[in-house]
Design a protein around this ligand. Structure first.
Ligand code: ZN
Length: 55
């Protein structure tokens, strides 16, 4: 099970206030996953949609 999966750090960016609230790593084999998640935004103190943002 020595499968080499390429992992990359990405940010989860709030789509409303543009804050970078979470950092995570994703597998980027075959392109960037287009991911949108509902996450808690500390600045707005509510749950908003966050998108992956690569550096
Ligand atoms: Zn926000």
């Amino acid at each position: 099970m020595a499968k080499s999966s390429k992992r990359e750090f990405v940010w989860m960016q709030c789509t409303e206030c543009k804050d970078l609230n979470y950092r995570t790593n994703v597998s980027v084999m075959g392109g960037t996953p287009k991911l949108e998640l509902k996450k808690y935004c500390p600045r707005e103190r509510k749950r908003t949609v966050h998108k992956l943002k690569r550096k």
